[in-house]
Design a protein around this ligand. Structure first.
Ligand code: MD6
Ligand code: FE
Length: 202
């Protein structure tokens, strides 16, 4: 544990665990299709596509950012979280209650995620735990202030990041992915990267 609560756990999931998790997630994505979120007000589409698992899902559309219990396209409840994610949360989050939301981010080559703070949760003291699957990505971590110093670190398939403590409110984003740097995902999903973020919401 670092002083600011940021933890990178490289290779936290071994290849077999990554593979089983990818299968479980992609089966659920089949039932809750990826959608293209957009920026509030401007309606500018994001390059990352998204869906969710668990009781609540994070939505971004013209109306704003919020959590919803159902998929915006199908109107159906989000699929459940695979048990492996609940187990991972219990092992690394240091939080007594289970996650309520798992955001699934899909990066095709060229997709990126601008610097942001995860700030749409009332549960602001619970950590956010993220899992990377598939192609490697360059993750950028800043501090509490927008425009402050940032550092870059690479996230590979099986790596887990915990934003706890002060780092829970640090700026972060994905500069780019590195296509064809992993053979984990099935051919239909290559090249590309999946990131799963587990959160408490209320
Ligand atoms: C990503 N991750 O890795 C984007 N947020 O694709 C996040 O935005 C993130 O990795 C909160 C905590 C951990 C994360
Ligand atoms: Fe985030």
């Amino acid at each position: 544990m670092t002083e600011d609560g940021f933890r990178l756990l490289p290779g936290r999931l071994d290849r077999a665990a990554q593979s089983a998790l990818a299968t479980a997630v992609l089966e659920r994505v089949g039932r809750a299709p990826l959608y293209t979120p957009c920026m509030p007000r401007t309606g500018k589409p994001m390059s990352v596509r998204m869906t969710n698992l668990g009781p609540l899902g994070w939505i971004a559309d013209r109306a704003g950012y919020r959590y919803e219990p159902v998929h915006p396209g199908t109107g159906a409840p989000w699929p459940d979280m695979p048990q492996a994610l609940l187990d991972l949360w219990e092992a690394v989050a240091g939080w007594p209650e289970p996650p309520q939301a798992c955001l699934v981010n899909w990066y095709a080559p060229g997709a990126r995620l601008g610097l942001h703070v995860d700030a749409d949760e009332d549960a602001r003291d619970a950590p956010v735990v993220s899992v990377s699957l598939g192609d490697r990505a360059r993750f950028r971590l800043g501090g509490p202030q927008r425009g402050g110093k940032t550092r870059a670190l690479d996230l590979s398939s099986g790596d887990v990041v915990v934003l706890g403590g002060a780092s829970r409110r640090f700026h972060h984003g994905i500069d780019r992915i590195y296509p064809d740097t992993s053979t984990l995902l099935p051919p239909d999903w290559r090249p590309g990267r999946i990131n799963l973020t587990l959160r408490r919401v209320d």
